[in-house]
Design a protein. Structure first.
Length: 297
């Protein structure tokens, strides 16, 4: 079971809805509207730079009017195609929510992926939510969890709370109570009001000596190490390698000798050129892990 069975925590299904609902709140100044079908022509001057188009789009987007939302999306698409991270994120959210047109979850997922890869924390958070829920494409639990952890490491408080639930339930990986409590403690420290109740409920799952050991383990780790976003990727690599039958060792996000040996063995088996953890390796491991998750259903 992925869900936490012995604690009265919110069910993961309920939490998924809450995560998705936060999209509206994080779109600063935006209103949630029903999908529209505005098709009036609108073009962007060739001389317009990506940042100027993005700023104009923000002004139009905030009016909430159908025609303005359509124009805003045209401008955002222009900026997004030129690599503007903010435009990729906002257009992705508009496609997801149906602002200025029909809902397009597949396009939304692609746009959020672009922004997430550039380090946009909110894009990482909503991309993770889409992957965990199978919106706009395949459900990818482990890969979605690593995006959620990267968002959490980049300061997204809602992602920190979600990581507490993910680690406590073993969603997309292994149950890890110390990591669950660490992320919940960070969410509490950053003002999340749900985290204290979850910490209290979760502490009831362990005996007093272990609880004290866990508290010692997470003491002094409220501040986030800048390397933690990268460790989320390494943790995914370790998990997927272990699930594929390559002994990568403890899934701690630190690439030690066993992890490096497993990576090399997997690369050799798949006839991958290059070395280490790169995009071709991650692509192969995503496919392997997805097959593992589908078989486990």
């Amino acid at each position: 079971m992925y869900l936490i069975s012995s604690v009265s925590l919110p069910s993961w299904c309920r939490l998924k809805g809450l995560l998705f609902g936060l999209a509206v709140l994080l779109l600063s100044g935006c209103q949630l509207l029903m999908p529209t079908s505005v098709k009036e022509p609108y073009e962007v001057a060739d001389s317009t730079d990506a940042e100027s188009a993005y700023r104009e789009a923000l002004i139009l987007d905030r009016t909430g009017r159908k025609a303005d939302l359509y124009k805003a999306n045209v401008l955002l698409a222009y900026s997004a195609e030129r690599g503007h991270t903010g435009a990729q994120y906002l257009l992705g959210m508009n496609r997801l929510l149906g602002r200025g047109g029909d809902k397009e979850p597949t396009a939304a997922r692609a746009l959020l992926t672009q922004a997430a890869e550039s380090g946009h924390a909110s894009a990482q958070y909503f991309l993770a939510e889409m992957m965990l829920n199978g919106r706009g494409g395949e459900s990818e639990l482990a890969w979605g969890a690593q995006w959620m952890e990267r968002a959490a490491a980049n300061g997204q408080v809602e992602a920190q709370l979600a990581m507490g639930v993910i680690y406590a339930s073993g969603l997309g990986g292994r149950e890890n109570i110390p990591m669950a409590l660490l992320w919940l403690s960070r969410a509490e420290h950053n003002g999340d009001q749900t985290a204290p109740l979850l910490i209290q409920k979760l502490s009831a799952r362990v005996d007093k000596p272990r609880w004290q050991a866990v508290q010692r383990q997470i003491a002094g780790r409220i501040s986030i190490d800048p390397r933690e976003a990268r460790r989320a990727i390494t943790r995914f690599v370790q998990l997927s390698l272990n699930n594929a039958g390559y002994a990568a060792g403890v899934e701690d996000g630190i690439a030690g000798p066993r992890t490096r040996a497993a990576v090399a063995a997997f690369r050799n088996a798949k006839k991958l050129t290059g070395q280490g953890i790169d995009d071709p390796l991650l692509s192969q491991l995503r496919s392997s892990q997805l097959a593992y998750e589908q078989q486990a259903k």
